[in-house]
Design a binder for this molecule. Structure first.
Ligand SMILES: [Zn+2]
Length: 154
């Protein structure tokens, strides 16, 4: 499975939980720790070679942080995708929105008991998060992403 391999590794500050989930749905590797803020976050991110996304004005001038100008998730997502030239369609369906782990494709038979019958019937391909076990299939979240992204391009 191809994630956004040329995309940067990111770290979201604690005000950006929703943005982090959206970016993961686009395949972006982004950590989120609600305990980390300010200088601590910057320090942890540097240690982990991650670029910081922040709403914290104090980090505005940090060379390895991108200050997000909007409070709205959609605007933030737009700013990040543009800034890093990330193609959200390409990485969609590769990463768990909850854990940031790369999904593994699993055979259809193995998820028979774990997904609703109509999903099992209508879907061919399934992936599982190796950490939380959550199962993903293409129909649900790429549709949602597509709908959201078509809004972004306006
Ligand atoms: Zn997970």
């Amino acid at each position: 499975m191809e994630a956004n391999s040329n995309a940067p590794r990111l770290a979201a500050d604690r005000m950006l939980a929703r943005l982090a989930r959206w970016l993961r749905l686009c395949g972006v590797d982004i950590t989120f720790d609600k305990m980390l803020g300010g200088a601590e976050l910057l320090h942890a991110a540097r240690h982990d070679r991650r670029f910081v996304l922040t709403r914290d004005k104090r980090l505005r001038t940090a060379p390895d942080a991108l200050y997000l100008t909007s409070e709205r998730v959609r605007e933030q997502l737009r700013q990040v995708l543009r800034h890093f030239a990330i193609d959200p369609q390409r990485g969609a369906f590769t990463r768990c929105s909850r854990c940031n782990s790369l999904l593994r494709e699993v055979s259809r038979e193995t998820v028979r008991e774990q997904v609703p019958p109509y999903v099992f019937k209508s879907q061919e391909r399934f992936s599982r998060c190796p950490d939380c076990g959550r199962i993903y299939w293409r129909a649900t979240h790429p549709e949602r992403i597509k709908a959201e992204l078509s809004q972004l391009n306006r």
